[in-house]
Ligand binder design. Structure first.
Ligand SMILES: C[S@@+](CC[C@H](N)C(=O)[O-])C[C@H]1O[C@@H](n2cnc3c(N)ncnc32)[C@H](O)[C@@H]1O
Length: 287
């Protein structure tokens, strides 16, 4: 078989993904092509022709993506901040929505030396590892209740440490446990948390329903149960002047700040929007 134009293969892949209802067909087609070729997406225009095995491999991945297997399960990674983490079955895929929460946290750490940071509901470890990468002097603790998520977090933490990042301290535990990280009471500079927050029964795309663990997505009390626990834990752990940021559902723009405000020690309560302009995370400082 002859070499073929990559541009046409990507166009065909885009059409297949569009027909399958994939939200960003062109982007996904390009990212899958880049994955097959082992190059950055931005370098695709520099590759005019590709060999038939490349077209075959791309076709197989596109067929799986058309069945709504998440893009990140096909490539094996997801990005947050300046790092990538391994993801797959059994762990939540970090989302772009969480970038602004991470940025807020890193801004809060500016000017603080050797800050203590806690990532509640760490999943793949993405938030904790992104902080540890950005701030080599930070002491970063992370916790999750799900052993499958923790296995991914351990794998990712080992990979980041091998790259030279300061190792994080990974724990198995429940944010609802009122003694969790008791040794850090009043000592923490920053608490970050992207908990499960989707109200049960909400309609979600197949990539979420079939591949993200339900425990990572849904929470009782109309999605607020784990947020409530995270707020209580943050209020206890933070040192005076320390800050917390908790992600929430776009329907929680009033309810999540209200939960934070109900804790008298938390001040400067502010809700923030995501890149799409929807209410997405609440922040506060320990008085
Ligand atoms: C939305 S995922 C977030 C993962 C990661 N922080 C991120 O942004 O990609 C929520 C995580 O919280 C964990 N989780 C759910 N309930 C929990 C609880 N009560 N205590 C600790 N972790 C919990 C789930 O196992 C899941 O890994």
């Amino acid at each position: 078989m002859k070499r073929q134009p990559l541009r046409l293969a990507i166009l065909e892949a885009t059409r297949i993904l569009e027909d399958a209802g994939v939200a960003s067909p062109r982007t996904d087609a390009e990212l899958l092509a880049a994955h097959v070729l082992g190059v950055e997406r931005g370098r695709l225009p520099l590759i005019p022709l590709v060999d038939p095995p490349v077209i075959d491999a791309l076709g197989q991945l596109v067929a799986q993506r058309a069945k709504r297997v998440p893009l990140q399960h096909l490539t094996g990674w997801a990005a947050l901040g300046d790092i990538t983490v391994g993801v797959g079955l059994g762990v939540f895929i970090p989302r772009p929505e969480t970038e602004l929460l991470l940025e807020w946290g890193l801004r809060l750490l500016k000017g603080r030396e050797y800050p203590v940071v806690v990532d509640l509901c760490t999943g793949s470890g993405a938030l904790a590892l992104a902080v540890a990468h950005a701030r080599r002097d930070a002491v970063v603790y992370a916790v999750d209740v799900d052993p499958n998520a923790l296995a991914w977090a351990r794998h990712n933490a080992d990979a980041r440490a091998a790259e030279g990042d300061t190792p994080i301290r990974l724990y198995s535990g429940d944010v609802g446990d009122s003694t969790i990280f008791a040794e850090l009471d009043g000592l923490v500079d920053l608490v970050l948390c992207n908990p499960p927050y989707v109200p049960p029964g909400g309609e979600l795309p197949p990539e979420v329903i079939d591949y993200d663990p339900a425990q990572a997505v849904f929470a009782p009390e109309a999605g607020l149960a784990v947020i409530r626990q995270a707020v209580a834990t943050a209020a206890r752990l933070l040192k005076p002047g320390g800050g917390m940021a908790i992600e929430h559902d776009d329907s929680h723009g009033a309810a999540a700040p209200a939960l934070v405000t109900s804790r008298k020690v938390l001040t400067e309560v502010q809700d923030h929007r995501d890149l799409a302009g929807r209410p997405r995370f609440v922040t506060a400082r320990r008085a």
